[in-house]
Write a protein that binds this ligand. Structure first.
Ligand SMILES: [Fe+2]
Ligand SMILES: [Fe+2]
Length: 195
């Protein structure tokens, strides 16, 4: 039985996907400019953190199980294309005529990428890496806390325009959740050691 206090890496990846897609759907053509900017900033930051976590931890873990598989090798170039779109969005601002179209393009690319991950990469990981999924989840949680801390000024700035709670993008909630579980796990271990 898996008694790890950490979610598995695959459940965390699915949760990130769900939250980012939900944020995408809050963006509409008639949304105010400040709110558009805030939604875009939070989505972009969440995507950057998510992509970095996958590249540092998830894809390397899958590399043996999916050696030579094009569905894994194209993942990094797809992240790079996403980063290019994010840089363009950040350079132009919501008043630009192409802003909506570029954000919709990013959304389509992300949906396509997420579909490949959820139909191929995640099920493969769950078959091939079953015994490592919780450990990888723990490592992803720890690394996420570092990356969220580095991106906190951006997230806080975006949140001040009154868009939606940061919790909806897991930028802070997962970090806090993970930290709480770490602390609980630590006290449980100490209690066992003391017993
Ligand atoms: Fe990805
Ligand atoms: Fe992903």
């Amino acid at each position: 039985m898996d008694i790890s206090p950490f979610p598995t890496i695959t459940s965390m990846i699915r949760m990130d996907h769900t939250h980012v897609m939900a944020a995408f759907h809050r963006y509409h053509a008639d949304t105010s400019w400040p709110r558009k900017r805030a939604i875009v900033e939070l989505v972009c930051t969440a995507l950057q953190i998510h992509a970095q976590l996958e590249e540092e931890l998830f894809y390397p873990a899958l590399s043996e199980a999916m050696a030579g598989d094009e569905r894994l090798t194209k993942s990094r170039p797809e992240h790079e294309k996403m980063r290019e779109d994010i840089a363009k969005l950040r350079s132009m601002g919501p008043e630009h005529a192409a802003y909506d179209a570029l954000f919709m393009q990013l959304m389509r690319e992300v949906m396509h990428h997420v579909a490949d991950e959820e139909t191929v990469l995640l099920p493969t990981a769950e078959r091939a890496l079953a015994s490592q999924l919780s450990d990888l989840g723990m490592r992803m949680t720890k690394r996420r806390i570092q990356l969220v801390a580095q991106n906190r000024p951006t997230a806080i700035a975006a949140n001040t325009v009154g868009t939606f709670p940061l919790a909806s993008l897991t930028l802070v909630s997962i970090g806090a959740f993970a930290l709480a579980r770490c602390l609980r796990a630590g006290s449980a271990h100490r209690a066992r050691d003391d017993a």
